[in-house]
Write a protein that binds this ligand. Structure first.
Ligand SMILES: Nc1ncnc2c1ncn2[C@@H]1O[C@H](COP(=O)(O)OP(=O)(O)OP(=O)(O)O)[C@@H](O)[C@H]1O
Ligand SMILES: [Mg+2]
Length: 291
């Protein structure tokens, strides 16, 4: 866990602190991080687990400050692609081939560390996973603490900014020291989003973030996703076609080939992918006829 959060250099801590200090000088959190997203460009990306190819032929760009939805049936490699972006296969036996670029950074080049990548990329998982023994506040600032930020006032300011950003401040402000697990599922997921945002990532990867939530909590997260794209790049895996249509700018459709390997069959603006898909299989999938 420490390794995942720690960017590994004093410089990046200094940069982070300087940016946080900018907020403390009175610049609103939103303008401090506006349009701060980085594009994520995949070229011929494949992910393998031993001999099994999970997904192949992924060439597309998740545009800076856009919301890109990854859709497709279970097992077609959506999570595998998402995890390839922030090097989460490094320790799970998966191998990634092809090229992944985060802005100008070549994610898999020798000399690029996983920590370097992860300090710029936040992730939110399917089930809310706040650190169970920590308070709401300690959860939000966990990443900053791992990055070496010690100033209480700085942590308080950054924690508040992140909670506001995740639309949780009004609920959490009077109970910051309560255990995080006392929040509802939807609130816990917003807390996890706040935790990811606190370190000011350029990209937020979300793997089915609403699948455990009711429609009201889902609506809140969807509103949040749309607002977040003003500040960073959002990549959203979802099984819900309505959700993809509602919140994403671009959609990548993955399907299983005849050999049961996942592949990218269509990518483009969401309106086109849903309105006039080029590929017959895409059409069948997005209209609910296969999958
Ligand atoms: N750690 C792993 N070890 C071995 N095989 C794996 C591993 N992770 C994923 N796979 C395999 O890779 C393929 C793609 O899995 P992945 O989780 O990326 O699919 P997905 O599209 O996210 O599915 P879902 O919609 O069910 O979440 C599946 O066949 C899966 O069994
Ligand atoms: Mg998945």
């Amino acid at each position: 866990m420490t390794e995942q959060w720690n960017p590994g250099t004093k410089d990046s801590t200094a940069t982070l602190t300087a940016r946080l200090a900018g907020e403390l000088r009175g610049e609103p959190a939103t303008s401090a991080s506006s349009a701060g997203g980085a594009a994520v460009a995949l070229r011929d990306v494949a992910v393998r687990f031993g001999d099994h190819v999970a997904v192949r032929d992924a060439t597309f760009t998740m545009g800076a400050n856009r919301v890109t939805a990854l859709v497709g049936p279970s097992g077609c490699g959506k999570t595998s692609i998402l995890r390839a972006v922030n090097r989460l296969h490094d320790h799970t036996g998966g191998t990634v081939s092809g090229s992944v670029r985060l802005g100008e950074l070549d994610v898999y080049r020798a000399g690029t560390s996983a920590e370097m990548v992860r300090s710029r990329v936040g992730m939110v998982f399917q089930r809310p996973n706040p650190f169970p023994t920590m308070s709401i506040f300690d959860n939000v600032v966990a990443g900053l603490r791992f990055n070496g930020v010690r100033s209480k006032s700085l942590l308080a300011e950054a924690g508040e900014a992140a909670l506001r950003h995740a639309a949780l401040w009004d609920i959490a402000k009077d109970r910051l020291q309560d255990p995080a697990v006392r929040l509802s599922g939807g609130q816990q997921q917003r807390l996890c989003i706040a935790r990811a945002l606190a370190v000011e990532p350029e990209v937020l990867l979300m793997d089915e973030p609403c699948s455990a939530l009711d429609p009201v909590a889902t609506g809140k997260i969807e509103d949040l996703i749309s607002e977040l794209a003003a500040h960073l790049t959002v990549v959203l895996v979802t099984h819900n076609m309505f959700q993809a249509a509602r919140v994403s700018d671009d959609t990548a459709v993955f399907l299983l080939g005849e050999d049961r390997v996942g592949e990218l069959v269509e990518f483009g603006p969401t309106a086109d992918v849903f309105g006039q898909p080029k590929d017959e299989r895409t059409k069948a999938y997005v209209t609910g006829h296969i999958g």
